[in-house]
Design a binder for this molecule. Sequence first.
Ligand code: ZN
Ligand code: ZN
Length: 248
Amino acid sequence: MPGYEPFLLCDFHVHTTWSDGRLSIREVVDLYGRTGRFDVIAITDHILTQKDVLGRAGRMISLGLKHFSVTEQRFAAYMAEIAAEAERARALYDLLVIPGAEVTQNHIRAHRNAHIVALNLTDYISADQPAEDILREIRRQGGLSIACHPHHRTTRRLEIATSYLWDHRKRLIDLVDVWEAANRDDLFSVTSLKHFPYVANSDFHKPKHLYSWKTLVRCEKQWDAIASTLRENVGVALTLYRNGSWAA
Ligand code: ZN
Ligand code: ZN
């Protein structure tokens, strides 16, 4: 896209109304597409555990009208809508849209929490299994895994610390494809200190999150090239995508 050649400007972590995002998939595509800057986005709505406390509370507050999770029953419809919007996005904006999900484990005790983005997945993945098995299932499907906000220990509204993958990194290093070195406005320098493969994502939930850390990838605009470049982690850079000026 203009200004970033030969890099692709990418956001691999975007939520929509299929879980707790504010915009529909179509609205997200139009928001990113109309900037004239983005090359790649991934739709990654939450798949929650059966017992997820936050999902149930949210559903109660919204009187059951809002969904906070892509369930197994809704998964095929979710994938079909992403596929239809991906076709429209490529034709209209030359924007590549990748199907994904954030397999989300929230427990009362934060050190057990893991949020794993699965990119280019084809089948439903239950959050009700050990993180190791989720990572293996992503590999089996030929997808790519991202350890999300792995060093996030502060409390955001309806978001709790997720340190399981980081705390067990020695055991999981071969199962995790890339780690988020930046999520929205936060930089996790520990990820880069370990020289792990990294990405930066917005964790988009509402329009203002467009302006946040993003990934630049130097390769062709197609999934296989992007996946191998992310894994090799050469020709990958972080950029803070801003709203015109830094003071805005
Ligand atoms: Zn998350
Ligand atoms: Zn997220």
